[in-house]
Design a protein around this ligand. Structure first.
Ligand SMILES: [Zn+2]
Ligand SMILES: [Zn+2]
Length: 330
């Protein structure tokens, strides 16, 4: 009898606990705007990546472009006010994603002190890098100036909901499959001077939980596309993935790997795919074929292109061709 009472009390306790938990936020209103990638019908094309996420009442910048002023200039060309964006999240520390960080903070905080005042990165972001061509680069100098300006930097080791329904993965995307979607020639320099191949352990993606399904956004996708899909499905217990957007670093991948990636996207339920930056152009069309997507559902990313839950992709004719969601603007 005692056991039954205990069981009953436990049941009541768990029901009360569940009722007290706030309901998981599901984003109803979402707009993702590409602010920098190599292809541009509006603004300037530049090697690197940046996107603005407007999600219900939150505004977050994801990556900051490959040259110092490209995101500022493109936002001006697109009529986007970045002074109302308080958060910036970095996919990783490579300079084609981080170069605009300090200029963005400096210019926008002059208008609004809280603009770009909170930065999220994953551990390893500040390690120096050596490319075969140039001297070592590091985000440490910019980070000191950023903190001096009143900015706060948060390092995420694991998943965190940074705004209602908007998550960052931290560097918690296990590399179960050996995709190796990163350049083999880069080297990483630890603080103590040790030099190792750069596998980009700090790679971090964003995932938005929407009324239509989950939407992962990647900068360079160095953890691997299928590894990311797997981690997202594990974290959200197999909810469908509606769209995948960003740089997926498939530009040098074999046909077999791209086909395998496309099949995984299809299996995850992906209805919209935008391959920007290091995805490469040819792999996007291969994915369109192998993931059974149509023209307009699977496009090459370009500056000014947008994604929203009502219209899907809206982009220039350069990448959309003719169609209701294509526009021509010079
Ligand atoms: Zn990179
Ligand atoms: Zn990149």
């Amino acid at each position: 009898m005692k056991k039954i009472y205990l069981l009953f009390a436990l049941c009541v306790f768990s029901i009360v606990l569940k009722a007290q938990q706030p309901a998981a936020h599901v984003v109803k209103d979402l707009k993702i705007t590409i602010l920098s990638t190599m292809l541009a019908q509006e603004g300037t094309g530049d090697w690197g990546f940046s996107a603005l996420i407007e999600s219900d009442s939150s505004k977050i910048l994801f990556d900051s472009g490959g040259t110092r002023h490209v995101v500022l200039d493109n936002a001006k060309d697109l009529g986007i006010d970045l002074s109302k964006v308080p958060i910036i999240a970095f996919s990783h520390g490579h300079d084609d994603h981080t170069s605009g960080w300090l200029p963005l903070r400096q210019e926008m905080s002059a208008i609004n002190p809280s603009a770009m005042s909170l930065t999220y990165v994953a551990p390893g972001f500040f390690d120096g890098r050596i490319t075969p061509k140039g001297p070592m680069f590091s985000n440490r100098k910019d980070s000191a100036a950023y903190v001096q300006s009143g900015g706060k930097i948060v390092e995420l080791k694991t998943w965190k909901e940074i705004a209602p329904g908007v998550f960052l993965t931290g560097n918690d995307v296990p590399r179960i499959y050996p995709e190796k979607n990163y350049p083999p020639t880069l080297k990483r320099v630890y603080k103590n001077g040790t030099i190792v191949p750069d596998t980009v352990p700090e790679d971090m993606s964003m995932v938005i939980r929407t009324t239509k399904g989950l939407i992962p956004l990647t900068g360079c996708g160095h953890s691997g596309t299928v590894n990311l899909l797997t981690a997202v499905q594990k974290h959200f217990q197999d909810q469908p993935i509606y769209a995948a957007i960003g740089g997926f670093h498939l530009l040098a991948s074999s046909d077999e790997q791209i086909k395998w990636t496309a099949e995984a996207l299809k299996k995850a339920g992906v209805r919209y795919f935008m391959g920007a930056h290091c995805t490469g152009i040819e792999p996007v069309y291969q994915i369109r074929t192998w993931a059974d997507l149509k023209r307009g559902e699977c496009i090459v990313g370009s500056t000014g292109a947008t994604f929203d839950l009502q219209n899907g992709f809206v982009a220039g004719m350069l990448t959309m061709g003719k169609g209701p969601n294509a526009y021509f603007k010079k």
